[in-house]
Structure formats: C-alpha cells, structure tokens
Design a protein around this ligand. Sequence first.
Ligand SMILES: NC(=O)C1=CN([C@@H]2O[C@H](COP(=O)(O)OP(=O)(O)OC[C@H]3O[C@@H](n4cnc5c(N)ncnc54)[C@H](O)[C@@H]3O)[C@@H](O)[C@H]2O)[C@H](O)CC1
Ligand SMILES: [K+]
Length: 500
Amino acid sequence: MKILSAEQIREADRYTIQNRPIASIDLMEAAASAWVETFLQSLLYSHRKSIIIVCGPGNNGGDGLAIARMLKPLNNVTVYLMPSDNYSPDNLANQQRLRESGIQPLLLHTTDILTLPPDAVLIDALYGSGLNRPLTGLSADIVRKINASGVPVAAVDLPSGMFADSNDHNTLHTIVKASLTITFHLPKLALLMMPTGELAGEIKIVNIGLDSSFIDQQESPHHLQDADSVKVLYRPRSLWMHKGQAGRGLLIGGIGHTAGAVLLASSAALRSGIGLLYTACGLRAAQALPVHRPEAIALDLNETDLPDLVSSLEPDAIAIGPGLGTSQASAELLNEILEYPIPTVLDADALNLIAKHRWLHRLGPNHLITPHPKEALRLFGQAKPFEFHQNLLKFSQSSKTVIAFKGRFTRIYTPEGIVWFNNSGNHGMATAGSGDVLTGVLLALLAAGYPVAQAARLGVWLHGAAGDAALLRLNSPESLIAGDIINHLHQAFHQLSSST
Ligand SMILES: NC(=O)C1=CN([C@@H]2O[C@H](COP(=O)(O)OP(=O)(O)OC[C@H]3O[C@@H](n4cnc5c(N)ncnc54)[C@H](O)[C@@H]3O)[C@@H](O)[C@H]2O)[C@H](O)CC1
Ligand SMILES: [K+]
C-alpha cells in the first residue's frame, strides 16, 4: 500500500470529487461514516459514558461535526467548535446539519469552557492533513488541556497538530496524544515514524472511496508492506529439492560469554529453511550448540582459519554480529568478511564495529544491515527523525546497501529508492534476542538465493508475523520471548504459502 504525502492526498481528494464524480460534502459524509463504523467496534468506545467531540474550522472539523450527528442516537454527545471567520464550506454545511439534528455546538472561545469528564472519550477533529504551521495560541492550549486531562482520545485522520509528513520543525507538546487514530484511506508517514507515531496510539485505516487509479499513478518512495505485498516475493520449494539447493549459510558470532545470540540465530535460520548451517563461534557456544541445536554444524573460531573456512565451505550467505563482541579479534574477523562478495547480513556488534572503525564506505550491494535505532545512530550520526530517514534513503541508494531499520514499523530501505514500512509484528517482540532471530531468518533467505532487498522484505515480514502468531497463542506481550518467535516461524511461512 502506497503512503502518499499530504499534498498528494489533497490531489486524490480533488480528483475523486471531479472524476467519480462525487460532491465533496458526500465524500465527507462517507469518510465520517467509515470512521464511525470503525470507532464503534473499538475497545476505546465500549463502556464510555459520554462522547466529547472537538472540531476545528476546516474539513477535519467538518468530519467531526458529521461524526457527532451520526453518534448522537447512540450516546451522550457534546460538541465543541473552534471559532473562525473562515470555516470551510463543508464544515459550514455540517454545522447546519448538526443543528438540524438537535445538537448545538459550544463555541470554544477559551479552554475554560471545555469540560473533560474522566469517563468520557474525546474525538479529536481539530486539524487533519490541512495543518499548515505548528499549533499556537488557543489551539495549542486546547491540545495541552486535552493531553493533561487523561481522557482517552480517538483522532480523526491524524492527531491534531501533527503534520502528515515531516514533523522535524514541529513541537511535540502541541500534538494531541491519541489512543486510537482512524485515518482516511491511506497511511500517513508521520503515523509510522517515531516520535510522532507513538502519539497516534493504535492506527486503523478506513477506505473512503478515493480514486484508486489516481493513487496508483502517484509516485512515492514510501510503501506499507503487508502479507499481500510479500506473498508475491515468496518462492515455494521444489518438490525435488535437496539440501544442497536450500543454501549453505555461515553464521559468525557468539564469542566469549555470549553464546545465546548465536543459538537463537542458528535455530531461526534452521526454522527458515536453510539447507546447511555452519555456526562459527567461541568455544562456549561451540560446546552448547550441538546440545541445543544438533542440526547446526558448530565450529570453534579459535581453531578455525576464516579464509580457509570460507573457501572450503563456499557459503551462499554469511551473517555476522550476534554476540560477536567488539574486541580487536572480532574486528579482524569482520574486516575479513567485508572483503567477500557474498550476500551478508551485518547485525549487532558487527554494526558497532563498523561505526567504531568508520567502515561504512566499505558496504555495498551484497550487504544487508539491520540496525536498531541506537546502532543506526552510531552508524549515521544524529539528525532529526525525517532528516535521519532521508539520510538512510540516500545511503542505501548511493552504496546500494539494503538497510532494515528496526522498530515498530521496521523500514526496509532499498537501493532503488523505495522504503517499505513493515506492518507485521508487535510490542511483545521488544525482547532480548529478537534481533538475533531476525538475523537467522535473513541468513536463511539469502542462502536460499533471494536477492538482498527481497530477503530483507520477506525476512522482516516473516519475523513479525511469527511474533504475531506467538502473541496470539500466549496472549501476553510481556511473556513473549525470542524463542517463541522461532517456535512460530512455521505459521508465518504457512501464511505466505496459503492462498488466503
Ligand atoms: N481526502 C481525504 O482524505 C479527505 C479528507 N477529509 C478531511 O479533511 C481534512 C483536511 O481538511 P482541510 O480543510 O484541508 O484541513 P484541516 O481541517 O486539517 O485544517 C485546515 C484549517 O485549519 C487552518 N489551519 C491550518 N493550520 C493551522 C494552525 N496551525 N493553526 C490554526 N489554524 C490552522 C487552515 O487555515 C484551515 O482553515 C483531512 O484531514 C480529513 O479529516 C474529508 O472530509 C474527506 C476526504
Ligand atoms: K484530528
């Protein structure tokens, strides 16, 4: 699914009104009705004694007024409206319709009149994608009062005060903090990125009937990746396959006391279809691996000459980093690995070493790096979130390296300038070893011959989907551990191969 800019969404809106054709007030009615349908199914709505709706002067406010009219028969609704000399025409039309339905909106001349009972839910329809500058004055005061109240908020399209695209020049304390954001038709970039994404709470996208051929024609570097968009990448195994064709992988890490990381990555690679797995690690891990995962071939790095090993094994793919440490010996191993033109996943301490030794310029088209935010900061330096995002995009394009920047919506930056925001996974996966599991999955997919960018997209999705299956089973994000992700990889693969 494409992620369009606020400007492109406005165009899609205009195009739909002209070409469908549909009157703009009817499009607003459709949007409000889709919003209400989703809202009524949400946990946020259930058990709330009253509904407060705060409406702005533009079309976002117009949506709010229409929503108020639709919710009136179902609950106790109070509507507040920002005073303005410049209401949008559809806002004015909905003010009229609201009055006719028997609700008189209260004019929000001052925050004093805004009452926020703790058992209410607040619907935030102050500003949406038409925001043109950070909120100040009365609007900012209203937002601050809402945020201080503790009343749960459901936002219409966007939490008010948030720009749909970059918020690098915005102030976070003038953005509504929502528990639920029901956004229209397409995801917005700011909902998928930190720190703004966190202010949106749970995100739901509702179809409002914008013209799909127009959207298809729009160019955008940003896409949301779901099961359907990765299914097309998946290549089922041939019935006649033998293990030599499933790929050989070499995993390097687990030096010193950190054996667990390579054990997890090894298990994950094996559960992701690798044909042969060689795990080159420290003595402790080399002793533990056969007990924990006898399917892997454990090699003690102290007794192994890496160039010899690589030339005799001829691995299809390499992964280096989990439990690697940042010692001089580890740096030498990495220095060697960076020379091979073999598809390679670089994770954890491999990334820290690249940052430490300033080896970023050595990365190329055979490399897939999987930094979490702190590792990415060490590699690419500090920048504001949107600027940081653009720096990653530029780096991927110029070096041809694929980046999986890990987070709530892990972003896969590909050398052709496309960024995929992955939509599988959950908060239970923020746990020790989760990244090591991803490294193992990616190693298996690279070894199977997937091109680097495809392996990254597929692997990140599978990892998230396995986490989702684990959460469904365990019902507790706190109790989910990395091993559970491995134990549910089969369900993620099954989803890819099933037709529905
Ligand atoms: N295509 C769709 O997705 C549809 C969207 N709808 C809704 O319309 C809004 C966008 O409406 P728009 O009128 O363009 O903008 P807003 O309501 O967000 O606000 C514009 C309004 O506010 C003024 N303004 C802007 N920034 C500030 C500021 N910092 N301080 C004070 N005032 C500000 C501006 O001048 C305007 O007067 C979209 O989000 C959806 O909710 C349609 O209903 C259906 C189709
Ligand atoms: K809003």
